[in-house]
Design a protein around this ligand. Structure first.
Ligand SMILES: Cc1cc2nc3c(=O)[nH]c(=O)nc-3n(C[C@H](O)[C@H](O)[C@H](O)COP(=O)(O)OP(=O)(O)OC[C@H]3O[C@@H](n4cnc5c(N)ncnc54)[C@H](O)[C@@H]3O)c2cc1C
Length: 349
């Protein structure tokens, strides 16, 4: 048994999941000198994802972590948002600069892999353990104990479930509460998918062929280009298929059949890529399709993501607390490049 805590004067925090939530918490604890260990089920970190919009109200956290300059350097201010119709017509823009007046900071869009790397760089290597899926949890005598998939056992003072939308920690916690008759009815209901998405980021593009990348004003282009490129003139794209009650159920069954959500990679994404490749997008010379975006994106960096829409009421009990998508209050914050696909009710951002 690993008992990292027995000699620590401070409580040791166990964190399940090395997603953005787990890493952000780790980076904060590191800064405060509070002992912690992160357990991640994956064997390695994949540079997956499109872009994330971080609202101005979150920016002080980066400041407190001493990461503000680095973050701003790799991101683009998110000052305007526009939807573009399939025909190329722009809808009225939403001015987000007012948000800066309200909270003192501009929001910023950043490529997920870059933000991930920045947070990961704050965590000393020995404090993040890969290939450690958290399987069981128990509490006794002011300690919480977890068992991981390699049969190791760890003890700590607090367990944080930062293990995503299908959080095993939440599941175990809810099992206990259910047995004790303390789990609210709404928390016992399924977690419905609201949409599925493909996410990816192209290789760096030629700005003469894609002049939108130089436009500092247009929100979707603004975040991607100009002389301080979003990430060296690449396009971070998202294709969203909105689901109905029926198609949501079908997607859920498929997920559990193929464990798609734990895979995230190109295999799970391929069918959706095939189904949407012909959809035209108002980008480049105006004759491009989603298929062109897929072809300009390294295959192993296209992933499929399920988005769920549910608000859980219970977020802590005993020595366990949930964080991030583990208690899905998920703000679906995908950002750049938008076009609608009426036939399939898809969106490309
Ligand atoms: C691959 C990927 C790509 C994404 N791309 C985008 C994007 O482009 N734009 C956007 O806005 N959002 C994206 N998201 C979602 C966004 O990152 C999250 O919604 C948000 O950061 C909340 O993160 P989280 O840490 O709560 O959960 P997640 O980011 O889902 O992280 C959960 C982590 O826990 C691990 N885990 C799961 N179960 C266990 C277990 N039992 N034991 C140990 N570890 C476990 C998972 O492997 C994962 O690393 C993406 C998420 C992922 C995982």
């Amino acid at each position: 048994m690993s008992t990292a805590t027995t000699t620590d004067p401070q409580p040791h925090i166990l964190i399940a999941g090395a997603g953005l939530g787990g890493l952000m918490l780790g980076a904060s604890l590191e800064r405060c000198n509070i002992p912690y260990t992160i357990f991640e089920r994956a064997s390695t970190v994949k540079p997956l994802g499109s872009a994330l919009s971080v609202g101005g109200q979150i920016m002080p956290v980066f400041e407190q972590l001493g990461l503000y300059e680095k973050y701003v350097d790799m991101a683009k201010p998110f000052t305007m948002s526009t939807d573009i119709r399939e025909s190329g017509e722009s809808l009225p823009a939403l001015d987000l600069e007012v948000a800066e007046d309200m909270c003192g900071y501009s929001g910023y869009i950043v490529a997920r892999p870059l933000l991930y790397d920045l947070l990961l760089s704050q965590i000393p290597k020995h404090k993040i353990l890969f290939n450690k899926r958290v399987l069981t949890i128990s509490e006794k005598e002011e300690k919480v104990t977890i068992q991981t998939s390699d049969n190791s056992i760890y003890e700590g003072a607090i367990l944080v479930g930062a293990d995503g939308a299908y959080s095993a920690v939440r599941q175990r916690l809810y099992d206990v509460l259910k047995k004790e008759g303390k789990l609210p009815r709404s928390d016992q209901e399924d977690l419905p998918f609201n949409c599925t998405c493909l996410v990816g980021q192209t290789e760096p593009l030629d700005v003469d062929k894609f002049p939108q990348l130089k436009d500092p004003k247009h929100p979707f282009i603004n975040t991607l280009g100009d002389n301080k490129p979003f990430t060296q003139n690449t396009v971070a794209w998202v294709v969203i298929e909105h689901l109905t009650e029926n198609t949501s159920k079908a997607a859920q069954e498929q997920r559990f059949r193929h464990s798609e959500n734990s895979e995230w990679g190109p295999h799970a994404a391929q069918t959706m890529c095939d189904q949407t490749r012909d959809f035209p997008i108002p980008f480049g010379n105006g004759k491009l399709t989603l298929g062109d975006m897929y072809d300009m994106t390294p295959k192993d960096q296209i992933s499929k993501v399920m988005l769920e829409e549910k608000i859980f009421k219970t977020w802590y009990y005993g020595r366990t607390v949930l964080l991030g998508d583990g208690l899905p209050l998920r703000a679906t914050s995908y950002t750049p490049l938008v076009a609608k696909v009426p036939s399939q009710q898809c969106m490309m951002r």
